[in-house]
Design a protein around this ligand. Structure first.
Ligand code: IDP
Ligand code: MG
Length: 168
């Protein structure tokens, strides 16, 4: 399994609904290491750049407005970089399918997502492949905001504690 890094954004719908802890608990169980973490305001420019591949789609404006937090009265998102073997696929699987109504109920989107605000309130963003992860990490984090693999290695040798209340 390749050692990879992937971007996670806890979207404004999750922040507004108090789901940050649930997301982080689930991701902690993947045994990856966090090499970047921050809270930040999202400008329309950053949101547009983040979703540039979807420009022109009918839901694009709503998507950008959602990520800026305007739909949920939230003025920040939480951004993380998770790293480790197969990190991209592991986080995508934990996130679940794009549409919360189609997502596996055991996934974060299936368990907590909904479609009630005219956009998909699907809790989190997760990079979909290595190329996208590289582009997105560079968009959201400066190099000096990320731990080196050596700095983060201690976490990798520690087994996840496991949380009895949550499915692995
Ligand atoms: P992903 O987040 O699962 O990678 P993408 O296809 O990359 O899904 O789309 C990015 C985001 O755009 C989704 O998370 C969702 O918020 C929104 N989105 C995607 N497809 C639709 C759609 O058909 N209608 C409304 N919103 C959509
Ligand atoms: Mg995507």
């Amino acid at each position: 399994m390749a050692d990879e890094a992937t971007l996670v954004l806890i979207k404004p719908d999750a922040i507004a609904r108090g789901l940050t802890g649930a997301v982080l608990t689930r991701l902690d169980q993947l045994g990856l290491r966090v090499v970047g973490a921050k809270a930040l305001r999202v400008s329309r420019r950053l949101a547009t750049e983040h979703y540039q591949a979807l420009r022109g789609r009918p839901f694009f404006e709503g998507l950008v407005t959602h990520l800026t937090g305007q739909l949920h009265g939230v003025d920040y998102v939480l951004a993380f970089v998770y790293a480790g073997p197969d990190a991209i696929a592991k986080v995508r699987q934990a996130a679940g399918a794009t549409d919360p109504e189609q997502a596996d109920p055991a996934s974060l989107r299936g368990a907590f997502g909904r479609n009630t605000a005219g956009v998909m309130e699907n809790i989190l963003h997760a990079s979909s492949d290595a190329r996208e992860a590289e582009r997105e990490i560079a968009l959201w984090f400066r190099p000096d905001e990320l731990l080196s693999p050596q700095q983060a290695a201690k976490r990798a040798t520690t087994q996840p504690a496991g949380v009895p209340c949550c499915r692995a």
